[in-house]
Ligand binder design. Structure first.
Ligand code: SF4
Length: 211
């Protein structure tokens, strides 16, 4: 069995509710969307097919017992995710998806799912089904200072918990942290039930691959 994998690396989870945990990242190649703000564009169209055995060997090199499937869009390789989890049971498994494709085979095997809906490509049925069937879930919106639309969607579909992740465009670190503070202030007024969590790995290591 093979999977199309952009990279496998060991770092800390820098985003969302599981921030701070050391984790092994398996980044799949391929995505069904093409967001203008994507920070992993190199993984959208790549072709790098790895055998399951080689991947397993790679993952076992690292100490952590937490695996994060990311991309690209992991749900496009749902069968492979399920196969990997079934054959390597002693890990905590997390996947990060855009919420447009239902991961039918792996949904019941994943310990936590981060769904990051993109407003130009919302699939309400998939979002509702993931929410209903996942063991644990969070809905993470990548936002600038204007996030009314995202809050409305969360309200309409009763999505919770909600994380706002301030998007880091090409600002300096100083300007990015200023944006984070602005978003926190707006959230305090308009949505005191959400968590604002910036991308820790980028703050620590900069905008580069494999961290
Ligand atoms: S859904 Fe995620 S991986 Fe796919 S293009 Fe958008 S930001 Fe990039």
């Amino acid at each position: 069995m093979k999977a199309n994998i952009s990279e496998i690396f060991y770092s800390i989870q820098g985003e969302g509710l599981t921030i701070g945990y050391p984790a092994i990242f398996i980044r799949f190649c391929g995505c069904n969307l093409n967001c203008s703000f994507c920070d992993t564009k190199y993984a959208i169209n790549c072709e790098r097919w790895l055998k399951y055995e080689d991947m397993q060997r790679e993952v076992k090199r690292f100490e952590a017992k937490r695996v994060i499937f990311t991309g690209g869009e992991p749900a496009l390789q749902d069968k492979f995710m399920a196969y990997f989890i079934k054959n390597n049971r002693n890990y905590f498994y997390q996947a990060e998806t855009n919420g447009t494709i239902f991961p039918e085979e792996s949904i019941s095997l994943l310990d936590h799912i981060t769904v990051s809906p993109k407003m130009f490509a919302v699939n309400s049925e998939v979002l509702k089904t993931i929410k209903a069937e996942a063991k644990s879930v969070e809905f993470k919106f990548v936002v600038d200072e204007n996030f009314e639309e995202e809050l409305e969607l969360a309200k309409e579909l009763n999505l919770s918990p909600v994380v706002l992740q301030p998007i880091w465009r090409n600002e300096t670190l100083k300007d990015y942290l200023e944006k984070v503070k602005n978003i926190i202030e707006i959230a305090k007024e308009k949505a005191p039930y959400v968590r604002v969590i910036p991308q820790l790995h980028k703050i620590l290591y900069g905008q580069k691959r494999g961290v």
